[in-house]
Structure formats: C-alpha cells, structure tokens
Design a protein around this ligand. Structure first.
Ligand SMILES: [Fe+2]
Ligand SMILES: [Fe+2]
Length: 275
C-alpha cells in the first residue's frame, strides 16, 4: 500500500553547498536593519535544535513504515535535516564569534525545553509536532520563493543559505506528515499540537531576537521594532501572508502536497545553473 502522499516520481536528496559568511554575519546583513537581521539570525539559532527534534521524532517510527517510497523519503529527509543542522550549527558558531553573542544564554532555554519534550511527551505527539512544524516551515518558504521579497537589500550569500535550506524544506514537506498518518496519528492530536508548536517556535525566536538586540544596544529602539513589525506583518508581511495557508493544516483532509509547488524548486535550480 502506498503510504507516501508525494507526487509520483518525486525524489530528492541532500545537496552539499558551502558558504563563506564571516564578513556578512558581522554586519546587519539584512539591508542594515538590526531587527530583520536578528530575526533571521535567531531563526538560525533555533533550527539545529528543531532539526534534532524532527530527526529523532521521525527516526523513532521509521521501522514501522512499509511503503518503499516513503521509506526512501524518510532516509532522504533524515539526510537533508542532518545537513541543515550541521550548516546552521557552523553559521551560529561563527555568528556568536563575530558578533560576541552568548551562545549559552541563547541555547540554554531551548535545550531545557528539548529535554522536557523528550521526557514528557509521547513519541507520537512529538511526531505530530514535527509534522506541524514542517508545515509551518513549508508555508513560510513557499511564500519566500513566490514573492522573492524576503531578502531585498540582504547580503546575497546569506540569502542563498536560506534559499538552499528552503528548497529542501519544500522537497521533504510531506515526509513527517505521511509517517504520522501511516502510524495511526489522529486528526485531533495534530490540530492541538500545531497551535502549541507554533507558540513555542515564535516565542522562542522572539526571545533570541530580544537577546541579540540587547547585546547590540538596540533593544529599546522603537524604529527597529517598527521596522520588524512592518516586515513581518505589514509589508511585505512574511508572517501575515502565511496565515491562511498555515491554517490549512487544521482541515480534516489536509495533505502538504495539495499545494504542488515543485515549480519553485525547478525555478531555483534553473537560476543557480552556471550560465
Ligand atoms: Fe531543515
Ligand atoms: Fe524540514
């Protein structure tokens, strides 16, 4: 029986790009905006922990998958996420070195929360959380590719890190969801976990933005916060635009590939081919 909900012939695997970001990360690389720079830097700080969580959650159920297609997608998912984790760990280490951020202060609460979820939540709930977060990620990156306005004025090399990561998030967007379904995950739990997962994710990211702005002496800059508010919720409104697609996850018959956005992957691949 087919347990994978991916389009037929959809296949993917990890790419191995390398990035040289030391000089960009030392600056407010997002168009000189302290908030926008801190927003993406904070997301980068969250990612390796999220990805560790996603890898472990899916790994726990991989032996229960029978469909060879989904089995190979799980393998590719694990490789892509492990690669993302390592790239962002390297970026984060560099970022803290060049800007003087306190890695321990940033990571401490994330590690505590990770320990708590590992101990207290059943494996199936952690898997539901992974499926929900993968949906949030897929929605945000699809928006980023469609509108091409998330990195206007940003350093192109840092932007490329996000585009590379984003493309692979689209490619594997249904893996955790399909595994969750295949092992008997329920609609009720999926719905409940989405809201909590998003609250944790957004509050965790904003906490780190606050720490970074404080370190940079911009925590009380009304201008920076207004700029951030505008970027996230008004123009371009990268969070606002994701609002409706985000809630599609609550539908009974939802599937991540109901929005077949593989053309975004093709467009990105075509652009990076050597001329
Ligand atoms: Fe990832
Ligand atoms: Fe992912």
């Amino acid at each position: 029986m087919r347990q994978s909900g991916s389009p037929m012939n959809h296949s993917f695997g990890p790419r191995r790009p390398s990035f040289d970001l030391a000089s960009a990360l030392a600056r407010d690389w997002h168009g000189g905006s302290a908030f926008r720079t801190a927003w993406f830097n904070a997301l980068s700080m969250m990612l390796p922990h999220g990805e560790r969580f996603f890898i472990d959650s899916v790994n726990e159920f991989r032996d229960k998958i029978e469909d060879p297609q989904l089995k190979s997608e799980v393998q590719a998912f694990l490789m892509q996420e492990a690669n993302h984790m390592h790239q962002h760990q390297a970026v984060n280490k560099l970022l803290c070195e060049v800007r003087g951020y306190d890695m321990q202060a940033i990571e401490g609460p994330i590690l505590k929360r990770a320990e708590w979820t590992q101990k207290r939540l059943p494996a199936i709930r952690r898997l539901a959380g992974t499926a929900a977060n993968e949906h949030l990620t897929a929605v945000l990156v699809a928006d980023m590719f469609r509108h091409q306005d998330s990195f206007i004025d940003a350093d192109p090399d840092v932007a490329e890190l996000w585009y590379w990561h984003g493309v692979e998030e689209i490619e594997h967007k249904s893996v955790a969801f399909d595994v969750y379904k295949a092992v008997g995950g329920t609609l009720k739990e999926r719905r409940m976990v989405q809201i909590f997962g998003t609250i944790f994710f957004l509050s965790g990211t904003l906490r780190i933005v606050g720490l970074m702005l404080k370190h940079d002496g911009k925590l009380w800059s009304l201008r920076e916060w207004l700029d951030g508010f505008r970027f996230l919720l008004v123009k371009p409104g990268v969070l606002r635009r994701a609002f409706i697609p985000y809630f599609r996850f609550l539908k009974k018959d939802f599937h991540p590939w109901e929005d077949d956005d593989r053309y975004l992957i093709d467009e990105w691949e075509a652009k990076r081919q050597p001329q």
